[in-house]
Design a protein around this ligand. Structure first.
Ligand code: GAL
Length: 365
């Protein structure tokens, strides 16, 4: 099923690209002009579950585009090893080598401005992915720079809604409130901040009382760290702990291991919710050992990033934002990958939306 969906998605995007036209090359194999394009890809670190799924899908998709369009896309993928200095050097190399486009999953999104300025002077368009920069950074070179990602507030909201939809609404011991902890991803990433805030906001919006048993535990998106901090919390709070909000599945999977080791049972006396829908988490979900997760759609995010990069390489202008939806997951079928259209936004629209959001956040505090 997945395979045929992927095939359908691919055919659709190949058709879309072919329909765009690209200079009317004479190549017979799918409308391409037989050109070779050099694509520089900077990943914040390879050792990350979700970004590995993303990276592999990006490679697969570019390879298929190469096979089916008559143009050739050569990928140079670099591991930033979670160090911005290392990554900046890798991106400087891309610029020096004259890549046709740069796809960047920045270690530190505040580096976006200087990277865009450099790329602009070399006339190399930039597609930022996964770690959202400030709107101002995308105003530097509109049309030739873009962010392809997902709105993290949506994933946080879905996490809270999953808990609110359980029989106990998260109040397993019936004391009138949800006692919870949060496993926090990475301070440099808006995904972590927004999931932390919006997961519990969804409880507030559903009229459910809550109490954080501790400040969010920094666990760096990491399974072993997620396990470690959850074990500590279980020791400290015992049966009081009712819900674990994990900013991603890696940490949620670690939490489930700690919960089992403490002799407790997910679903019965404690609830755990993550984000990403990685295979390890889906396995637990299917066994009833994870309450829920949220699909962070690496499939459509990587395809959109590639399609947008192709447009840029062919000299077209693109929108400032391409947003792919998250999907709420409480059963296997919810996480099925299928082609979906990304929603575009201008910097002006994004600014207005963020201003509105800030106002309503202020009012609800
Ligand atoms: C998030 C994802 C995390 C981690 C992070 C890296 O969107 O949920 O698991 O991969 O990106 O920036």
């Amino acid at each position: 099923m997945k395979k045929s969906l992927k095939f359908l998605a691919l055919s659709a995007s190949v058709l879309a690209l072919a329909a765009c036209g690209n200079g009317g090359g004479s190549d017979a194999s799918g409308g391409g002009s037989g050109k070779t394009y050099q694509v520089g890809v900077a990943i914040y670190k390879f050792d990350d579950n979700f970004m590995t799924l993303y990276r592999e899908e990006l490679e697969t998709y570019f390879n298929k585009l190469s096979e089916e369009t008559g143009d050739k896309y050569v990928l140079d993928i670099q591991d930033g090893k979670q160090d911005q200095a290392t990554q900046t050097e890798q991106i400087n190399n891309f610029i020096a080598q004259g890549k046709d486009v740069i796809l960047a999953n920045l270690v530190d999104p505040t580096a976006a401005g200087s990277i865009i300025n450099q790329a602009k002077s070399a006339e190399i368009p930039v597609v930022l992915i996964n770690r959202e920069p400030e709107v101002e950074e995308l105003e530097i070179w509109e049309g030739k720079t873009t962010y392809v990602g997902a709105d993290a507030t949506q994933s946080g909201t879905y996490q809270g809604e999953i808990i609110a939809a359980t029989d106990s609404k998260g109040d397993i011991n019936g004391d009138g409130k949800v006692n919870y902890i949060t496993l926090f991803g990475d301070p440099a990433n808006v995904d972590a901040q927004q999931r932390t805030a919006y997961s519990v906001k969804a409880l507030d919006d559903a009229g459910i009382k809550r109490e954080a048993l501790a400040e969010p535990y920094l666990a760096n998106w990491d399974t072993a760290k997620g396990q470690e901090v959850t074990a500590t919390a279980l020791e400290q709070f015992g049966d009081k702990l009712e819900v674990v909000f994990a900013n991603n599945d890696g940490m949620a999977v670690g939490a489930v291991t700690a919960i089992k080791a403490a002799g407790r049972t997910v679903g019965k006396d404690i609830l755990v919710v993550g984000v990403d829908a990685i295979p390890d988490a889906m396995e637990l979900l299917e066994k009833g050992e994870l309450t829920g997760t949220v699909l962070n759609d690496h499939y459509n995010q990587s395809h959109t990033a590639a399609d947008v990069a192709v447009k840029l390489m062919k000299g077209e202008d693109v929108a400032s934002y391409y947003w792919v939806n998250y999907v709420k997951v409480t059963k296997a079928a919810d996480a099925e990958l299928k082609a979906a259209e990304a929603k575009t936004e201008t910097t002006k629209e994004a600014k207005a939306r963020y201003e509105e959001r800030a106002k309503s956040e202020k009012n609800s505090n």
